[in-house]
Design a protein around this ligand. Structure first.
Ligand code: MG
Length: 339
């Protein structure tokens, strides 16, 4: 197998802000694994918060290329366990390898991954469309632009966030609204603000407080009338069992957990623990979004809009119907092609 890694710079349609940072360009990495005539494609979106950069990711992938050159791509379990032990700080790079291997194997077997996994493509959820933090004026403009999306995820975690949310609700009385504070609130603030969320009919609240305090999440869950989901608190499979009873569900991101194989483990642990499942994303092209969508028949919620937030996606994969439900295609592997 021959692995190559190259920069994949994606330009955002609008600057994208959360309670932590603002982004204009996503510096991702494209991975291709060639085996004979077939090429599997994967993508990494390195996360600055966890000290990953495009450079550190490509460095890890160049080392991984040597490490897997003589392996059989069907040895997924052994290859990926070795990479997690050897490159613990680069889960995004490992996710790109995992996705490229699944894509390659799907192409060898001439099967879409969803079919190979025995999933029902009709069971895909709708995806939400994310509105980043911005001035009131720009949020209003973004909500108007997002008219065709029936589910919106509003990023919160700034001083006037309840004011913004009230305005969004006024503009979209019938839409499903979800909110994500990206660790920007305290426990007390969350319990207080949740009263407004409940009054505004918000479907769920994602990660209000910083990761690392499941007891505080449990206290919040027992004090509010809105569903509570994690994101930053549920990075890898080992994080999931302790969240049972503390939250209503978890958000799973391929680049945080290390790819499709780890995401499947998280999905099954979460199901067995009575937790709901959301599949989420970073700013990503249709490679990563297409890969995550393959697992979406197993999820309750999808937030797979990274590819529609960018202006120059070089790829195409999953499409959306009129209600923003994910439509999987019949292409082998992760169902991704050049645009
Ligand atoms: Mg989140």
């Amino acid at each position: 197998m021959q692995l190559t890694a190259s920069p994949l710079n994606l330009t955002l349609r609008h600057a994208f802000s959360t309670s932590r940072s603002t982004q204009h360009i996503a510096r991702n990495v494209l991975v291709e694994i060639r085996d004979g005539d077939l090429v599997g494609r994967g993508e990494a979106s390195p996360i600055r918060l966890y000290n990953q950069t495009q450079e550190s990711c490509i460095r890890a992938l160049n080392a991984i290329a040597k490490r897997i050159a003589k392996r059989d791509p069907f040895e997924l379990e052994t290859i990926l366990a070795d990479l997690r032990a050897r490159f613990p700080n680069e889960p995004s790079a490992i996710a790109a390898v995992d996705i490229a291997l699944y894509d390659l194997l799907g192409k060898k077997m001439k099967l879409p991954l969803w079919k190979w996994l025995g999933l029902d493509p009709k069971k895909t959820p709708q995806t939400s469309f994310t509105i980043g933090i911005d001035s009131m004026e720009k949020v209003v403009a973004k909500v108007a632009e997002a008219q065709k999306y029936p589910v919106l995820k509003i990023k919160l975690g700034v001083a006037n966030d309840m004011e913004i949310l009230r305005e969004v609700r006024k503009l979209t009385p019938k839409k499903l609204l979800r909110v994500d504070a990206n660790c920007g609130w305290t426990v007390k603030e969350t319990i207080q603000k949740a009263k407004t969320l409940e009054a505004l009919g918000i479907e769920f609240l994602e990660q209000p407080i910083p990761a690392g305090n499941n007891a505080a999440l449990k206290k919040i869950k027992n004090s509010i009338g809105v569903s509570l989901m994690t994101d930053e608190s549920s990075l890898v499979p080992a994080d999931v069992p302790a969240l049972a009873g503390c939250v209503d569900g978890i958000n799973i991101k391929l680049v945080k957990c290390g790819g499709l194989r780890e995401a499947l483990k998280m999905i099954h642990i979460a199901r067995g623990s009575g937790l709901k499942i959301m599949l989420g994303c970073m700013i990503e092209s249709s490679v990563l979004i297409g890969a995550a969508a393959q697992l979406s028949p197993l999820a309750d919620y999808a937030d797979l809009d990274g590819n529609v937030l960018i202006a120059d996606d070089p790829f195409t994969s999953v499409k959306l119907d009129r209600k923003a439900k994910l439509i999987l295609n019949d292409r082998p592997g992760i169902g991704c092609d050049a645009a």
